[in-house]
Design a protein around this ligand. Sequence first.
Ligand SMILES: C[S@@+](CC[C@H](N)C(=O)[O-])C[C@H]1O[C@@H](n2cnc3c(N)ncnc32)[C@H](O)[C@@H]1O
Length: 268
Amino acid sequence: MSKDSWTWKAKDGALGGLLYEPGNWGDALKASWLATLLRWVADRSSGGFSGYLDPFAGAPTYPLGAQTAKRFEALRSDTLAFLHTPFIEQGLWPSAATIFRELSSSPMTVYDADRERREAWRGSPGVAIAEAASGWNALESAVGDENRLTLVDPYDILAEWRGLAESALFRPGLGTTLIYVYNRSAKSAEQFREYRAFRAFLDDTTGVRYLAGRVGCDPFLPNSHHEMILLPGRTIESGRDFEQIADRLEAATLELDAAMGRMAVFWR
Ligand SMILES: C[S@@+](CC[C@H](N)C(=O)[O-])C[C@H]1O[C@@H](n2cnc3c(N)ncnc32)[C@H](O)[C@@H]1O
């Protein structure tokens, strides 16, 4: 490996107060799913999302480490190419809510427990900050809107979902819901059991047909996985809509996985 090849764990960025590095593989998967979903909605004639709710929104952007930026370029992702000029070139990684704003003009409501990150949204056109005690509380108190897009992206949903599942997470009225899951099943039997319980809850209790996709946390030696789950609301009708978006999200996930695979199996 040449000395200036990308490294599989880019730990070179300022974390902007987050517990992980902005622009990691989970962020790439999340951005890829969000962009794919918003483009699909924009391409069709029957209308997009009425709004966006992101109760764990973080800040609008984060500083991007040089190695992470390099790794992003090495990905050569068509889906994520739109991030290059406004963000990557400027040394920034956009949060999911900023990506939504890039690709949609629908109104947004954000919240974050971290005051500094939350206040960074103040004054952004088209963005309201939820009056809430926590992100979960913002979900519980959101006015029902089946045509909205909701992103649920706390640090560790598998540690928090029990007790919140019916009151907040799978509450009717959140609309189409994207959930980020940090899956540590590979690390212990206990984590695997909790992950299986979460998926079983989705399968047996919600009764909703959903989509799930994942990439490893690292192309070379993954010991955990980043996953996205999409629960369709009214904007995505069952049948043709569901199959179309499933095909596109599958292709976007495979694109990312193939790029990661390419980086992990051959060096020149
Ligand atoms: C994984 S980051 C998500 C960042 C954001 N969605 C993005 O795309 O950049 C998790 C965020 O959730 C916030 N958070 C954690 N627990 C929270 C809670 N109970 N209520 C609201 N925000 C919370 C953290 O401050 C952090 O900014």
